[in-house]
Design a protein around this ligand. Structure first.
Ligand SMILES: [Zn+2]
Length: 252
């Protein structure tokens, strides 16, 4: 019976993630354009046709429509299904890691913010402040929930953001959005996981940069935003940070 309930909740977490992911797609599209995310029905960006509810089912609609608008057959960006699937998988992982605890919904909110901010930054080189604000709020609650002690979280607020701020000030090679995101994420994660998040983000970011350079898709001077990689690092640290750190310390 316990086993069945676990499966039920795991499936519910995944489905909730895909539905939230569908809303995150609206945010990713509308926030950079300054359009309200609460008003107005979703419509095709090509023909302007309002999309019927049965064509808005996460993941399934995209597959059934073969990635095309029902009215004008214009190609729908694969980003829509990617974000729905990614959010679903992230929510499922959060439930597997944290179970039925307050940490799970907190992690849902943080992951949703990281996914949205990461995709917006990848496309527009822009990290809107609102995501840092929401993650900061979740961080304040997490100080009382994580069981790590408040000191780890308060150090986390500064551990990455202060060095980032200095780099931004001295070289300009770092955006203010990155600083704010890492202050908020650092408070949420605690300092060890915040440092881990930057390490993961830097390694993956460097690997992607090398591949893009090799494929000549990016010149030596083209700017690759750091935000998506920081978001990836923070998400990985939020889910698996404690395990990764424990595994690493056990190597010695
Ligand atoms: Zn259309």
């Amino acid at each position: 019976m316990v086993y069945f309930m676990d499966l039920f909740f795991a499936a519910a977490a995944f489905i909730l993630g895909t539905v939230i992911g569908s809303y995150l797609n609206v945010c990713i599209y509308r926030i950079p354009l300054g359009i309200s995310t609460a008003e107005g029905r979703s419509h095709c960006t090509d023909c302007g046709n309002t999309i019927a509810w049965y064509d808005l089912v996460p993941i399934l609609s995209y597959i059934l429509l073969r990635g095309k608008c029902r009215a004008c057959k214009a190609k729908i960006s694969p980003r829509y299904m990617t974000v729905e699937l990614l959010t679903g998988v992230c929510f499922l992982l959060a439930f597997i890691v944290f179970g039925l605890s307050l940490r799970t919904p907190l992690t849902f909110v943080v992951l949703a913010c990281l996914i949205t901010a990461g995709f917006i930054d990848a496309e527009h080189k822009l990290l809107p402040d609102r995501f840092a604000v929401i993650i900061f709020a979740m961080g304040i609650i997490n100080v009382f929930v994580s069981g790590e002690g408040y000191l780890s979280h308060i150090i986390g607020l500064f551990a990455v953001s202060v060095p980032f701020f200095l780099i931004a000030l001295l070289t300009g090679g770092m955006g203010g959005g990155d600083v704010k995101l890492m202050a908020a994420a650092g408070l949420f994660l605690g300092w060890k996981n915040a440092v881990l998040a930057v390490i993961i983000g830097s390694v993956v970011g460097a690997a992607v940069a090398v591949v893009l350079l090799a494929k000549k898709k990016a010149g030596r001077k083209s700017e690759i935003p750091f935000g998506p990689f920081l978001a990836l690092g923070c998400g990985a640290a939020a889910l698996f940070g404690s395990r990764i750190i424990e595994w690493y310390l056990n190597l010695f």
